[in-house]
Design a protein around this ligand. Structure first.
Ligand SMILES: [Fe+2]
Ligand SMILES: [Fe+2]
Length: 186
């Protein structure tokens, strides 16, 4: 009989994350890319290690509530916004995680990850959750804008032009991130 070994937490999260992306070839590593880009944005803000750790976990699991190929494909459109407050993958992901202690803290981030900042600023959420949500939303939208069949740096200018149309707070994040990308380009 196989001995029961505890699964390391990060291994568990990565396994769920990869399984979630297996729903469609187009999504290959989407969750990982969102986690990685979110970390890049957070580093521009000098945020704490604990904040960044939670952000990575939230990025890896942000689409955990999406079981349908149709919905995953819909979210690949830059302008995607859930039509209902509860009948969508963000809310289902929140329901899945909110009562599971190790992941309960990131559940609200997943719930609102397709909302723009202006839509959540009046909600009673801690500031760290609001900022995390906005960063995940930004990283998620950046990922759908990148054409995976082309060289990435050649797309920076056009992507920055598109995302700078966002609201002022979103712009602050976007401008910082675009500035970093441009610096990297030189
Ligand atoms: Fe999503
Ligand atoms: Fe996503």
């Amino acid at each position: 009989m196989l001995a029961k070994k505890p699964i390391p937490f990060l291994d568990l999260v990565l396994s769920i994350s990869e399984a979630t992306d297996l729903v469609d070839r187009e999504l290959n590593n989407h969750n990982k890319r969102v986690a990685f880009t979110s970390l890049g944005i957070a580093e521009n803000f000098g945020l704490s290690n604990n904040f960044k750790y939670n952000l990575i976990i939230a990025g890896l699991l942000h689409d955990i509530g999406s079981f349908s190929l149709r919905e995953r494909r819909e979210t690949l459109s830059y302008d995607y916004q859930p039509k209902h407050n509860t009948d969508n993958h963000s809310y289902i992901g929140y329901i899945l995680l909110k009562d599971f202690n190790p992941l309960a803290e990131i559940a609200p981030i997943i719930r609102y990850h397709h909302h723009f900042w202006k839509d959540i600023e009046d909600l009673e959420l801690p500031e760290t959750i609001k900022l995390s949500t906005q960063i995940i939303q930004m990283a998620d939208r950046l990922d759908v804008l990148i054409d995976k069949n082309k060289e990435v740096l050649g797309q920076v200018e056009e992507i920055c032009r598109i995302i700078k149309k966002g609201n002022p707070v979103q712009n602050q994040i976007q401008t910082r991130h675009c500035r970093r990308d441009n610096k990297f380009k030189k």
